[in-house]
Design a protein around this ligand. Sequence first.
Ligand code: PMP
Length: 426
Amino acid sequence: VTTSPLSALSADELAARLTSVREEYDELKARGLKLDLTRGKPGADQLDLSNDLLGLPSTYQDRSGTDVRNYGGLEGLIEMREIFADLLGVDVANVVCGGNSSLTLMHQVLTALLIKGGPDSPRPWSQEPVVRFVCPVPGYDRHFTMLAELGIEMVTVPMNADGPDVAAVRAVVADDPSVKGMWIVPTYANPTGSVCSPEVAAELMAMPTAAPDFRILWDNAYAVHHLTEDEAKSADALSLAEASGHPNRPIMFASTSKITYAGAGVAALAASAENKAWYLQRLGFAAIGPDKVNHLRHVEFFGDADGVRAHMRKHRDLIAPKFAAVEEALSSRLSGLGIAEWTVPTGGYFVNLDVVDGTATRVIELAKEAGIVLTPAGSAFPHGNDPNDRNIRLAPTYPGLDDVRAAMAGVALCVELAALESLTRG
Ligand code: PMP
């Protein structure tokens, strides 16, 4: 097996290699696999870690004696808010805990900005001729589909290893008042695994923006989802924003979806006092209070933020081997061939794989024909449009370890086959 770049091979050598890799692919297809690496869902063994929740809470009163079964307490149970405040590195006064989904909180914030405007908006965003958002790419598909659904235009900027490309962001936001906000997944980003450095965060919070009500939706979905002992610390967005005179710029989101139950966790929002009051005022027309029984059972289950951290180490033990299997499959087949680059994330739920330009769609098609379902090409880009057709998001947490191994060996084979097809077409 050669590990020199495929581009160094002669036309005859490439043709011979294509023939042999095709034979290998036919054998793969004949195995009739049925594997799925599409969505970043916790595996059943991860969900089992939280099954004590099903017998909780043991009481129906919180610390202050509030009956959690009843209406009220719009900002969420204080004990739950304290846990999120500790995990997110913010003051508990800035935190609201809601239902199970942080995506729903993001959607509520965006619709409120569109219909009402923020505390510092000249008018509701929907009354602007056009509203644009800065979108670091590759990014989280649901962020982009949410904006598309709400009629917000997307302007892409590159996502680097230390966060969004600040120079590119600055160029987009400086003069155009229609650019009202941006997404960021600051820690172990979906799908790149990037961690936004304190320097990049400081620049994003301080940069001049033409829109006076510019918002950074700081989706810290993976704040505590470490895969190694080298645990990344999230930048302190709220303090940085306040220090640079833009306290209302960031709105933070997080949830326990990938800590306890993806379908029955607790979501949280953290923001400046003014933003929080604005959000709660809107929410007050939509709810009389959140599911405090769920808050209380999470509080009893964890005790405190250190309880969450200890719990996350159990997740790490279950999923780190799956990420290692991805790395092993990709590097054993593709290292040195010059046809793929991939991340080795230290946290989060994804591996980002870049293949030869123009072949991602083909790789995914080949994998599908061999029974391995991958996220559709372009998913990590607005409107599903990867201009280079090279990006593939891999999500290894849900299948069992053996399935991850089998699927990834197949994926690596498809990457090579698509590259050879492309090079021999050349
Ligand atoms: N944000 C990011 C970046 C995610 O990857 C996910 C889950 N795939 C979510 C939010 C969803 O969060 P929730 O379950 O709290 O709605």
